[in-house]
Design a protein around this ligand. Structure first.
Ligand code: GAR
Length: 208
């Protein structure tokens, strides 16, 4: 088994980050979070990192004159930390093709619905649950997928279903989905630590 060096990128509260921190501490996940990066200086995720003595960095496009300079800095940070995988955990910015190509098949995202439904630009956070409820579907869920150059499109690594109840609001549904996200993300990352994921033609195959 390979101990994965992880960079976790967040924009907000970071409850998924917390579940990964806890999974590593509880030895359910064989990895180490080398750095937490947020584009939002006020993200609680940065505080969570600090509390666990994990390096925390505020890195935003706004700090750089061009997107290329931002990418250069991000790559420098990732390389100096010998990062094996980039974990997007509520990171609300699209990474550039430069980053995605450099870390091909090594960037994961978690999405709070069953892709390829309820994904794409504008579909993040509470908007996803609003759209799910409006559509009338009875089942939603969680998707962990590889990040490629198309929004919410890369190979699906793991999905879990969550029932949509008749009296759900976007908020009650978000809360139930989030609990399942916390369970799913650590399991999906651990598959990579165990080298069990093969990717061909935008599909994953999980070795038993
Ligand atoms: C999570 O529900 C995650 O699935 C979602 O943002 C939330 C972040 O919560 N991500 C997306 O919608 C990406 N399209 P957290 O900061 O508490 O982990």
């Amino acid at each position: 088994m390979k101990k994965l060096n992880l960079a976790v990128l967040c924009s907000g509260g970071g409850t998924n980050l917390q579940s990964i921190i806890d999974a590593i501490e509880n030895k359910e996940l064989f990895g180490e979070i080398k750095i937490v990066i947020s584009n939002n200086s006020k993200a609680f995720a940065l505080e969570r990192a600090n509390k666990h003595n994990i390096s925390a960095l505020h890195l935003s496009h706004k700090q750089f004159a061009t997107p290329e300079e931002f990418d250069q800095k991000l790559l420098e940070v990732l390389k100096s930390n010998q990062i094996d995988m980039i974990i997007l955990a509520g990171y609300m910015k699209m990474l550039s093709p430069t980053i995605i190509r450099t870390y091909k098949n090594k960037i994961l995202n978690i999405h709070p619905a069953l892709l390829p439904h309820f994904g794409g630009p504008g579909m993040y956070g509470i908007h996803v649950h609003e759209a799910v409820i409006k559509s009338g579907v009875k089942i939603t869920g969680v998707t962990v997928h590889i990040v490629d150059e198309v929004y919410d499109h890369g190979a699906i690594v793991m999905q879990k279903a969550v029932e949509v109840k008749d009296d759900d609001t976007p908020e009650t549904l978000a809360e139930r989905v989030l609990k399942v996200e916390h369970q799913t993300y650590k399991e999906a990352i651990q598959l990579f630590a165990e080298d069990k994921v093969e990717i061909r033609d935008n599909k994953t195959y999980i070795k038993l």
